[in-house]
Design a protein around this ligand. Structure first.
Ligand code: ADP
Ligand code: MG
Length: 402
């Protein structure tokens, strides 16, 4: 079998998916901007370097010319901005996989909600908006607080909570470059993910992660050390309805084979509300966390699912897994880390990864990457213990830069 995989170099976890494809015995044709390093090359049987992955017509034409006379069996992408062009290529070349129309349901946040609501599921009230006039009329119907965000955004970019007309006045000028947006009823409550590996829209592996605090808050406040906690026991009464919602969403949107990443809310009254869904794996180490939950390799299992429609990993779930992203205080280079030695003294056996930037490294742009100035991953069979460790890493480990 020959698989064309878009952007094997970036984001970094795409290298792992490329490895997974090679390990399940398929020939991988990579298409990307920039050239792959020797390690990545080992997993690729051919590579087409293109000037841009985002000029869709140009990309399709180049791939078409490159493949002339050769056949491929699948065209795949696991990075949000490329899932649509992958679907366009599949349709053009007559290959199996999710259609352009199906993928649109995972990209366009209004269409997504319309399709999910049509299945009788609870979604935030929302309106597509293209002008200031549209926004005014949407707010009139929804009221405050509301959310405004791009119709097909990612990573909470250009996403704002609006509490009043004053907020709207402040935010609108910042949205000028966004052609199409969506205005939504603001849902208060806890925010969780629902992640899957699915075959024909039926999950063969499910995972739930809690955001602490909610994604928008962690992406808007530098002083926060964002935590994501992957839940071991999915049968708990406050988690279970999220799984049920997620399964119905996959059916409503016509999911095919591959990984999905959904977000949902649990309100203080216990109502479960759909947030959004993507037909690709979660970023920000979500797949790593799922792997640590059970000591499995979902990079490879994803590859097995999308090529052989088989999933071979155990799903018993041994750990709650917590990731804590750190942002240094100050600018420039990391000079000092406080509290880390003590953290290791207490929890060494539960720490599975430590990528905190060490003294001398330049700070990263926390706005551009949730990975921030590095992170700690811990795991524990008990939820309370995992929570306590994660919050200690958030509050007692400090990076200083100058
Ligand atoms: N209707 C809403 N109510 C409450 N919070 C929301 C709502 N829509 C978005 N948010 C917050 O903003 C974040 C980003 O919005 P989301 O739709 O997930 O876009 P993205 O594709 O950028 O992840 C969400 O994770 C959530 O924290
Ligand atoms: Mg989101």
């Amino acid at each position: 079998m020959r698989v064309l995989f878009l952007s094997p170099r970036y984001p970094p976890e795409m290298r792992q998916f490329t490895r997974g494809l090679a390990e399940v015995g398929v020939e991988v044709l990579g298409v990307g901007d920039g050239s792959p390093d020797p390690e990545l090359r080992r997993y690729l049987s051919a590579y087409l370097e293109v000037p841009s992955l985002f000029d869709e017509d140009d990309l399709i034409a180049r791939v078409h010319a490159w493949l002339r006379g050769h056949s491929v069996d699948r065209i795949l992408a696991n990075w949000e901005p490329l899932v649509m062009v992958a679907a366009r290529m599949r349709e053009k070349f007559g290959l199996p996989g999710m259609s352009v129309d199906t993928v649109r349901g995972f990209r366009d946040k209004q269409l997504m909600k319309d399709r999910v609501a049509a299945a009788g599921l609870r979604v935030p009230r929302a309106h597509r908006v293209r002008s200031i006039k549209d926004v005014a009329s949407a707010i009139e119907q929804i009221g405050y607080p509301a959310i405004i965000k791009p119709i097909s955004g990612a990573g909470s970019a250009d996403t704002y909570k609006l509490e009043s007309a004053k907020d709207l006045e402040r935010v609108l000028p910042q949205m000028h470059h966004v052609e199409e947006a969506i205005c939504e009823e603001f849902i208060s409550g806890e925010e969780y993910t629902y992640d899957t590996v699915a075959i024909d829209g039926v999950p063969v592996l499910e995972n739930v992660t809690q955001y602490l605090p909610n994604a928008l808050e962690m992406r808007s406040n530098e002083w926060i050390s964002p935590i994501m906690l992957s839940v071991r026991d999915l049968e708990q009464p406050h988690i279970r309805p999220g799984l049920e919602l997620g399964r119905q969403v996959l059916t409503a949107l016509g999911m095919g084979d591959g990984m999905t990443h959904m977000e949902w809310f649990r309100t203080p009254a216990g109502e479960i509300v759909f947030g959004e869904i993507a037909c690709r794996p979660g970023g920000a180490c979500v797949v790593d966390m799922m792997n640590y939950t059970n000591d499995i390799d979902l990079f490879r299992e994803w590859a097995r699912v999308v090529t052989h429609r088989r999933f071979d990993a155990p799903t018993e779930r041994k750990y709650n897994v917590g990731i804590v992203f750190k942002r240094a205080q100050g600018h420039g280079r990391i000079r000092r880390i406080a509290g880390l030695t003590e953290f290791y003294d207490r929890y060494r056996e539960h720490i599975v990864e430590d990528t905190l930037l060490r003294p001398g490294s330049p700070r990263r742009d926390w706005k551009a990457t949730l990975l921030s100035d590095g992170y700690l991953v811990i795991r524990h069979p008990s939820w309370d213990a995992a929570c306590a460790m994660a919050s200690e890493a958030a509050t007692s480990v400090h990076l200083y830069a100058s």
